[in-house]
Every structure is written in structure tokens, then in C-alpha cells.
Design a binder for this molecule. Structure first.
Ligand SMILES: *[C@@H]1O[C@H](CO)[C@@H](O)[C@H](O)[C@H]1NC(C)=O
Ligand SMILES: *[C@@H]1O[C@H](CO)[C@@H](O)[C@H](O)[C@H]1NC(C)=O
Length: 363
């Protein structure tokens, strides 16, 4: 329910704080590799600004940015690109009302479906450098982002870092692969973005208020997707099932899984096959708790929900169960509203948490 409200809210009011944002602090132009399929916000802080874009198929500057259905222009603030496609690699140019350039982003949206994932703890190795077989002397290599924060505190956690495909020619600055290639059609199995995972251990700070949601695994689907609010491939995320952390190490080393972290969004989504209490953390802050939907008539589940961790053992009458169910629904609604408030507070009061880290800056 919260997820639904959350989605509605994020579609209705695209607040930049909800999304991972990139900016060019002291420059008017910056080059950046990112992953496809993961939402980004590109700021352009100028009133009456206009956006133009230039994609690699050799088309000229055009206004047609607004015609791409996944790009939303937020007046005087920037653009929000939802689930960018690799084909949206190119130049995003923002002008002020007098036609002067405010900022230009050169973005290489690398295809997340080809993501190469390795875990240090499993001894898996990232991709090696390779020379570009294009007649030139270029080297294809991975340029790594800094490690993200540990996804868990007070215990063994995991951290990840993203690496993007770059090409370097002698005496030249390296460029993201597809910006380098432009319209040229070259295919190499080396040309892929990467994600590397490693174990980590950090002490805990303090915790915060937690929104919650419930979910149901139906017989037809056999599984359900949970989405972590404020989660992003660009932020550290942790999922727990009944307080047990779900790790990439486990996922990458075993076949038989009750849960699947979605690689294409860095584990923002979790696919679950078993009822359990799932929690997700972003930057070590508890973001949401997902409870299995209690089946109507199963009084024991309800008593458990009501009485906390104690197991209720007596038999409860059906009538009582339905009144508890009603009460529970009200509680859920209240929790939802409070949860939403909590999330909004988190966004608007960055001093209280680590939310200030949510805006990543381009060097
Ligand atoms: C946007 O520009 C205005 C005026 O230059 C400035 O006061 C404001 O702090 C800027 N906002 C951001 C988010 O950079
Ligand atoms: C791969 O290439 C990059 C860019 O030239 C270089 O910085 C890096 O040291 C190389 N790595 C290895 C293992 O050769």
C-alpha cells in the first residue's frame, strides 16, 4: 500500500530529493557514465531555461527532448530521466532564457543488462583491460567509482562500487565507451559496465522512524517484488529477511534462493518467494518494513501481529478475528500516513540523517 502511494506520489510530484542527482559544481560542462534503467535527475538551475539534446545518430540540436516519454522537464529546476535507455546516450544541453549555456551534460547510459558483477569474497575478478580493435591504439578499461558506504552497521555488511566502460587513447583523456564511439557500430564483449561487491564492517550510529507496508504472495505468481523507497543503484542498500541480511555473496554463490536482489537496480528491488518480515535500509537507515499479509480467519497470525513477538496459542473466535482485522487495517492506514510523513521529513530535513549524501556530485 505504501509502495502504491509512494509510486503515485513520486509520479505526481517529482521532487529532486527522491532521485539521484548529478551536477557539475564549478563547470558548465561535464562528462559522465551512468547505468541505463536507473532514474537520474539532471539539474539546471535557471528560470525560463530550455533544454536541447543531441544523440549519437548524427541528428542536429533539437527541442524534441519533451517528446521522449521517459523524460520530464521540471521548469526552472532540471530534467528527470526515468529508466534511461542506452540509446539516450548523448548531450543534454540547458540554456537560460537569453540563449546562453547554463550547463551541458554528456551522458553515457551504459547498458545495465550487460552488467558484470563480481564479489571479492568469492575471489571473482573484474574484467581485464583490452585493446580496442579499431585500428587505433585505444585501451578499453573500467573506471571505478568510489566504494559506496557499507549497507549495514554493527555486523558484517556489504558495500558495492560501480565501474564504467572507458576508452583511453595515448595522450588523451579517457572517455566513456559509447561517447567515444559516437555513431560507430563496434561490439566487444569487454565493453560492459561492472559492479563489484565486498564485505565490510562499521559501527552503528542512531536509528530513525520507520514506514511499513505489507505484501502478499499469491499462488498464481508464487513471488512478489518489493521496492525499497529511496533505493538506487547509486546508493548502498541492504535487505533483511527476518533480521537476517541478504547478501550478494550468497546470491552470487548459490543456486537455490528464496529471495533475489535485482542486479539491474543494485538491489533496490527484491523478489521474494516466502512470507517473512523484510526490511530495507538505504545508507544504513531503515527505510521500510514489509510484513506478510495476514490471511483473514487465521487468528494466530493476527494475534501475533497484535501482541508483538509473543506467539498466541489459544483459539480465537472468528468474530473477534474480523474486528481485529478491522483494527489492523486502521493501524495500517495510520502507519502508512505516518510513514509517508517520515519519508518526507527525511527528505526535507537532511540535517537529521545522512540524506545530504543523497546528492552525488560530479567532479
Ligand atoms: C539556484 O539559483 C539561485 C539564484 O542564483 C540560488 O539562490 C539558489 O541557491 C540555486 N539553487 C540551487 C539548488 O543551486
Ligand atoms: C588499465 O588501463 C587503465 C587506463 O589506461 C590503467 O589506468 C590501469 O592501470 C590498467 N590496469 C591494468 C591492470 O593494466
Amino acid at each position: 500500500m505504501l509502495t502504491t502511494l509512494w509510486l503515485l506520489l513520486s509520479f505526481a510530484v517529482p521532487l529532486p530529493g527522491f532521485y539521484v542527482s548529478f551536477s557539475c559544481p564549478n563547470e558548465k560542462q561535464c562528462q559522465r557514465a551512468l547505468l541505463s534503467d536507473n532514474d537520474v535527475f539532471l539539474p539546471c538551475n535557471s528560470s525560463g531555461s530550455q533544454w536541447y539534446f543531441f544523440l549519437q545518430d548524427g541528428t542536429s540540436w533539437s527541442h524534441t527532448l519533451s517528446s521522449a516519454s521517459n523524460i520530464e522537464i521540471i521548469p526552472d529546476s532540471g530534467i528527470l530521466i526515468r529508466s534511461p535507455l542506452p540509446s539516450q546516450t548523448g548531450f543534454y544541453h540547458c540554456q537560460d532564457k537569453d540563449g546562453l549555456q547554463v550547463v551541458q551534460y554528456e551522458i553515457d547510459f551504459q547498458d545495465v543488462s550487460t552488467l558484470h558483477i563480481t564479489h571479492k569474497g568469492l575471489g571473482q575478478k573484474p574484467l581485464r583491460n583490452e585493446s580496442l580493435s579499431l585500428g587505433g591504439k585505444g585501451i578499453i578499461f573500467t573506471r571505478w567509482e568510489p566504494w559506496q558506504d557499507c549497507n549495514r552497521c554493527g555486523g558484517l555488511g556489504e558495500r558495492k562500487r560501480l565501474g564504467y566502460c572507458y576508452i583511453e587513447e595515448p595522450l588523451q583523456e579517457p572517455m566513456p565507451c559509447w561517447l567515444y564511439l559516437g555513431g560507430r557500430k563496434v561490439w566487444s564483449s569487454r565493453m560492459r559496465p561492472e559492479m563489484q561487491v565486498d564485505a565490510c564492517h562499521v559501527p552503528c550510529g542512531m536509528s530513525d522512524y520507520v514506514p511499513f507496508d505489507n505484501f502478499e504472495i499469491t499462488e498464481e505468481s508464487g513471488s512478489v517484488w518489493l521496492t525499497c523507497p529511496l533505493g538506487s543503484v547509486y546508493r548502498p542498500i541492504l535487505w533483511e529477511a527476518d533480521n537476517i541480511p541478504l547478501t550478494w555473496q550468497n546470491q552470487l554463490s548459490s543456486q537455490d534462493l528464496d529471495t533475489i536482489l535485482e542486479p539491474s537496480n543494485g538491489g533496490k528491488q527484491l523478489r521474494v518467494f516466502q512470507p517473512a518480515i523484510y526490511k530495507c535500509f538505504v545508507q544504513q537507515e531503515l527505510m521500510a518494513r514489509f510484513n506478510p499479509v495476514p490471511f483473514p480467519g487465521t487468528a494466530e497470525t493476527l494475534r501475533e501481529e497484535e501482541g508483538g513477538p509473543h506467539r498466541g496459542k489459544g483459539k480465537t473466535q472468528e468474530g473477534k478475528a474480523s474486528s481485529i482485522l478491522k483494527g489492523l487495517k486502521l493501524l495500517l492506514l495510520l502507519g502508512m500516513v505516518l510513514g509517508l510523513l517520515g519519508v518526507l521529513l527525511k527528505i526535507f530535513h537532511p540535517s537529521q540523517g545522512k540524506s545530504s549524501d543523497q546528492v552525488l556530485l560530479v567532479k
